[in-house]
Design a protein around this ligand. Sequence first.
Ligand code: NDP
Ligand code: 2IT
Length: 449
Amino acid sequence: MTDILKLIKDRDPGEKEFHQAVKEVIESVKPVLDRNPQYRKDAILERITEPERTILFRVPWMDDQGQVQVNRGYRIQMNSAIGPYKGGLRFHPSVTLSILKFLAFEQTFKNALTTLSMGGGKGGSDFDPKGKSDPEVMRFCQSFMSELFRFIGPNTDVPAGDIGVGAREIGYLFGMYKKLRNEFTGVLTGKSLGWGGSLIRPEATGYGCVYFAAEMLATRNNSLKGKICLVSGSGNVAQYTVGKIIELGGKVLTLSDSSGYIYDEEGIDSAKLNFVMRLKNTRRGRIKEYIEKYSEAVYTEIDTSKDYNPLWDHKADCAFPSATQNEINAKDAANLMKKGVSLVAEGANMPSTPEAVNIFLDKKILYAPGKASNAGGVAVSGLEMAQNSMRLNWPSEEVDQRLKIIMKSIHKTCLDAAAEYGVPGNYLAGANIAGFVKVVNAMIDQGLV
Ligand code: NDP
Ligand code: 2IT
């Protein structure tokens, strides 16, 4: 068991996020491997942890001062056993091969859980959209796509957004793909509504995460009504998480960005959320500006000398980490437990460190791993692909209804798999096992390719 991890570490030392994601899955699926010796014989672990294809490319572009800049572009085509590669693009200075491999690996199992036919992929660049003008972002996206277009297509690989890639970037990327291929196809999801996008796609990850949380609470005859919630991030996922929590009667006290967090004891209501959406999506400002408008809130700057994040140290019932990987460490997890949190639903990908996850599992709280609870985004991307193929658009009620059904199904799938393998109530094991079994069986059916 440990030998496969050793093999991966020896082959690609330094890819610590990828090792972290692989280790978690391998530990969860041990009982599946024990029951199916054939999987070892077929070298399933060796195959599933090696991307089918890794594309790395130079992205040169010119800034507004006429200076040439060079970034690195990536696309990891991880696994196509159950459908075309599918997964977002991340533009952030912290992007490395390790981060994108972990994301592509997670995506493979997440997509398998959605009930739709999508393989796993992820890509992006170390480009930082922060502080860049629209023309700079456009030139970067055009340069990025002028290489990526060779490797993607509506039946091959369908990218979408992730951190730093929203409607603006998807528009520029799509425009360049269309020009180069002379084809108007569903090659990207997260498109704007007027040209092939799906209603509810912007909302889908946040809404889906809250639907998942509501399902978990229902298993304990409980609901979100009156629940005090901590949310991190203030981007796409965080915004619609807050929106849905408010709708279901919960109260959200926090939001954050990469500079700091706000704590609003009176709760972030719809008007305040609209302010945050304009601030972040239109003005591309900092969350700190919230306290200039709402003086009842308190802003705390990120202090990197601290070994914990004070956002997770407030009295609450539920936590929705929705910013980035490893944003909850063991100390944060212990603080959450001390402050009364009994539900953690991950909107972000792998936001809890393994030590933090172990604390949640030991305490037997309702803990949903990102690959289950944040799967609503890619699920509605799958519905966008379906609508594009049919050349028609479903109304928002229909997409939202399908999203709810999919989140309910993922929830049940996790619980059923966990129970079948002797770890009832463990959503982490359930998600990993169910996703793994679906992908692996498809790989075996299709032979050694
Ligand atoms: P956005 O770019 O819209 O927002 C990201 C938010 O997280 C911003 O508030 C950003 O702050 C903050 N953030 C990013 N990096 C860091 C960091 N290193 N430290 C602290 N804060 C940080 O991205 P999304 O909302 O789309 O993505 C958030 C998370 O959700 C990611 O983990 C992503 O992989 C995951 N996810 C996204 C899906 C989607 O459909 N968009 C689907 C499933 C998962 P700042 O404004 O300062 O940059
Ligand atoms: O992590 C994710 O699931 C996403 N960023 C969304 C991927 C997609 O293809 O919609």
